[in-house]
Design a protein around this ligand. Structure first.
Ligand code: AMP
Length: 220
């Protein structure tokens, strides 16, 4: 059992590392941002309600995001654990999660603002499968085409410079305080990624060894 969170500012690499970790650990990667984007793409009633928040870089209201997350966590593939990416983002979301699960591990990705800006302004995402690329550091084999599914790559609307700034402000004000919440619970471990060109695999290896250590220490 491994119920873990990848925590950090937008652009810390949460999605990139979580999708790779999901493969090596055999537990699903659950990104609330991906769930939000899928809901919007499918033009559901809920999708229409949350579109404006997402495009402006604002947080979707807690009750909606919790409902979407619970729906996903109830699926059978989450029985052996999961990797959360992008949730929780507020103290009340963290408290709601505490009511449902005991978490085993929170990885806090420490990345400077400079790297975050470089990452987000060069990020590309596959319109079809959501895979993440970067124009500088993680280029697709063929320009604008997803290596995994052949889908078209584009920039996220919320990766525009003014929206990035808003998302970083929200992170600092509403999400960063969760570091104290999880430190107090004794589940937080820090990982430092201060080099833009560091290959994702080396960060993933570091996180994996922390996971092994926590598993051995707690006989999970
Ligand atoms: P992300 O891909 O994690 O950067 O999320 C993209 C957008 O989805 C965010 O800017 C929010 O509008 C919304 N979103 C994702 N996760 C959450 C969350 N836990 N709480 C509120 N809004 C969220």
């Amino acid at each position: 059992m491994m119920r873990m969170i990848l925590f950090g500012p937008p652009g810390a690499g949460k999605g990139t590392y979580a999708s790779r970790l999901s493969t090596v650990l055999g537990i699903p990667h659950i990104s609330t941002g991906d769930i939000v984007r899928e809901e919007i793409k499918a033009h559901t009633q809920l999708g229409e309600k949350i579109r404006a928040y997402s495009e402006k870089g604002e947080l979707v209201p807690d009750d909606i995001i919790l409902e979407l997350l619970k729906r996903r966590l109830n699926k059978p593939d989450c029985e052996e654990g999961f990797i959360l990416d992008g949730f929780p983002r507020t103290i009340s979301q963290a408290e709601a999660l505490d009511q449902i699960f005991n978490l085993n591990l929170v990885i806090n990705l420490n990345v400077s603002d400079k790297i975050v800006m470089q990452r987000l302004s060069n990020r590309l995402i596959c319109d079809t499968c959501g895979a993440i690329y970067n124009k500088l550091t993680l280029k697709p084999r063929e320009e604008s085409v997803c290596d995994k599914c052949g889908g078209r790559l584009s920039q996220r609307k919320d990766d525009a410079p003014d929206v990035i700034q808003e998302r970083l402000d929200i992170y600092r004000r509403r999400t960063k305080p969760l570091i104290i919440h999880y430190t107090n619970k004794g589940v937080l471990r820090n990982v430092f990624c201060e080099d833009l060109m560091i290959p994702p695999e080396s960060v993933v290896d570091e996180i994996r060894s922390i996971v092994d250590h926590v598993r051995n220490a707690t006989c999970l």
